[in-house]
Design a protein around this ligand. Structure first.
Ligand code: FAD
Length: 507
């Protein structure tokens, strides 16, 4: 990307503000900006002033995603991105004036701070006499369009998804605009000057080996998934040793591909595939439904990332322990499936969904660390870190969330490992110290006879940790802690006065 562009800004332009929609196709804001034939500025603002500024893995992704978008814009339309860093409330109205914009377009975000910011920007632009257009690129069904019969919002996933499906298939995706004229003369930061990539140390080698950020990377993953994994998804999605899921989550988060595009591709695969595919496709679409539900919850309960959805959990006796938290973060708990997951996360910036549930349950229940500790670690280390999905999922595992797994359902890490990684291939990949352990003992090495450990080259407590807590004892303590909540107000938030919000739109 160049440092600054040619002088001579045009009068009467349109401004396209890219955010979590880093793509050209099925981008309604870009289509709207291009539709009037005016010269367009393609802008991205790095705004670290909002709460939940991006973590390290997300910043790595963003760097490459912006580079990919810039290259696509150049290739397709002959102009690139304008980059600015700072508060969008200040920068955007000023830039709009500088480039003579008559309209500014963006696609809606649903994080509470983003909604407040965008509302303020809309008002400021209107005062300047500039039209502000917001659009939907991120969701199949926007939160205020899915309502209960009584006109309220949903707190139960199955009812929510039924209501979504009753609305019919989402809109088909839009093609990328055929031509767009770019504007010149507006200064831009360089991507390098934002220093989004880790340097000292450069810990991103595993991320580079695992991902191709950008729309092309997303299309490749989607194609591979449809060709090789969709037909079997309902069963294979739970096996962490194989590529049984789409791995599209970071691409969806950054908007390099939109859910409508994924939806349509899956539908076409069903139409052209065998009848057996339909069941798997339905399961896959229902996982997109969990993404929708998480956004629905965050939108209507904006405190979701920091406050228990179920108020009775406010009294839960967490057992803050920094050393225990660190052992979990580093994959040194002594429970192989947990350690494998935490190391996969550290190395690749992603973790298989089944294993996310196991490691989260272990942190919250076996170690009784607050779910917010896990949420924060995931926020920093996941390339798909997403405020809605992360908060809703952590609260779901903890039992404090909407439609959550009951607290007393405590994942048994040995049984989970034996069931979903029966040969131990996943553990062997991420915990090489246990590579030579026979499958029978790989999920519970402490139960192996001394001769088996010796032959596998495993010295418990030296080459691989002993379990940091005893499963049965930890489970009993967790249940006791949970039972201390009884007698408190156990009503979920839907019955809690004052919490549900009035239905309104994002800006
Ligand atoms: P696929 O199985 O291919 O599913 C397709 C898409 O559906 C995903 O890309 C994702 O966008 C969506 N999806 C699937 N499962 C869920 C789910 N349970 N909740 C919400 N959306 C879902 N997902 C994130 O995108 N960002 C997060 O920060 C995040 N944090 C999580 C934290 C915990 C504790 C747990 C248990 C889950 C979390 N998830 C999060 C949900 C889920 O694990 C990932 O979306 C999924 O593993 C991504 O892999 P995939 O793209 O191969 O999924």
């Amino acid at each position: 990307m160049k440092q600054s562009k040619q002088a001579g800004a045009s009068i009467g332009t349109a401004l396209m503000w890219f955010r979590q929609d880093l793509r050209l196709a099925d981008n309604p804001a870009l289509a709207a900006a291009a539709s009037g034939g005016l010269p367009v500025m393609a802008l991205y603002i790095l705004d670290d002033s909002l709460p939940w500024a991006m973590g390290g893995a997300s910043r790595w992704w963003l760097h490459h995603s912006l580079a990919a978008l810039d290259a696509e814009l150049q290739r397709q339309y002959g102009f690139g991105l304008t980059l600015r860093r700072g508060k969008a409330e200040t920068l955007l109205p000023a830039l709009a004036a500088e480039c003579g914009a008559v309209a500014v377009h963006w696609n809606r975000c649903y994080e509470p701070a983003a909604i407040a910011r965008d509302t303020a920007i809309k008002a400021a632009l209107k005062q300047q006499g500039i039209a502000a257009g917001s659009h939907n690129a991120a969701l199949l069904y926007e939160p205020w369009t899915v309502q209960t019969q009584g006109g309220s919002w949903f707190k139960v996933y199955s009812a929510f998804w039924r209501a979504c499906r009753a609305l019919g298939d989402p809109q088909p995706p839009l093609p990328a605009p055929k031509t767009i004229k770019g504007i010149t003369g507006i200064a831009s930061d360089t991507l390098e000057s934002w220093a989004l990539l880790p340097r000292k140390p450069d810990w991103a080698g595993g991320l580079r080996d695992s991902w191709v950020p950008g729309s092309l990377g997303a299309e490749t993953l989607l194609g591979n998934f449809l060709d090789h994994a969709l037909n079997g998804y309902a069963e294979q999605r739970d096996l962490p040793a194989i590529t049984g899921t789409s791995r599209l989550s970071p691409h969806l988060h950054f908007g390099e591909i939109g859910p409508r595009q994924v939806w349509q591709a899956v539908r076409l695969a069903v139409d052209s595939g065998s009848s057996a595919v339909a069941k798997h496709a339905e399961k896959y679409l229902s996982e997109l439904g969990w993404r929708e539900f998480s956004h629905h919850l965050l939108y209507h309960f904006p405190e979701l990332p920091q406050q228990n959805f179920r108020a009775d959990f406010d009294a839960f006796p967490w057992n803050r322990d920094e050393a225990a938290l660190q052992r979990w973060q580093r994959g040194q708990t002594g429970y192989p499936i947990v350690d494998a997951g935490m190391r996969e996360l550290w190395h690749t910036g992603w973790m298989h969904n089944r294993v996310r549930m196991v490691v989260a349950s272990f942190l919250v229940k076996h170690l009784r660390q607050h779910w917010r500790e896990g949420e924060a670690w995931f926020w920093d280390t996941l390339v798909d870190a997403d405020l809605a999905n992360n908060a809703a999922s952590w609260q779901w595992v903890a039992g404090s969330g909407a439609d959550a797994a009951p607290y007393f359902r405590i994942f048994n890490p040995m049984l989970q490992g034996e069931h979903f990684d029966p040969e131990g291939a996943y553990v062997r990949r991420w915990v090489p110290e246990l590579k030579a352990m026979p499958a029978r003992f790989i999920h519970k090495p402490w139960a192996a006879p001394a001769s088996v450990l010796h032959e596998a080259g495993v010295k418990l407590g030296t080459t691989y940790p002993l379990p940091m807590v005893d499963h049965d004892a930890a489970r009993a303590l967790a249940l006791t802690a949970f039972s201390s909540l009884r007698g408190q107000d156990a009503a979920p938030a839907e019955a809690t006065a004052g919490r549900p919000r009035k239905l309104r739109r994002a800006s």
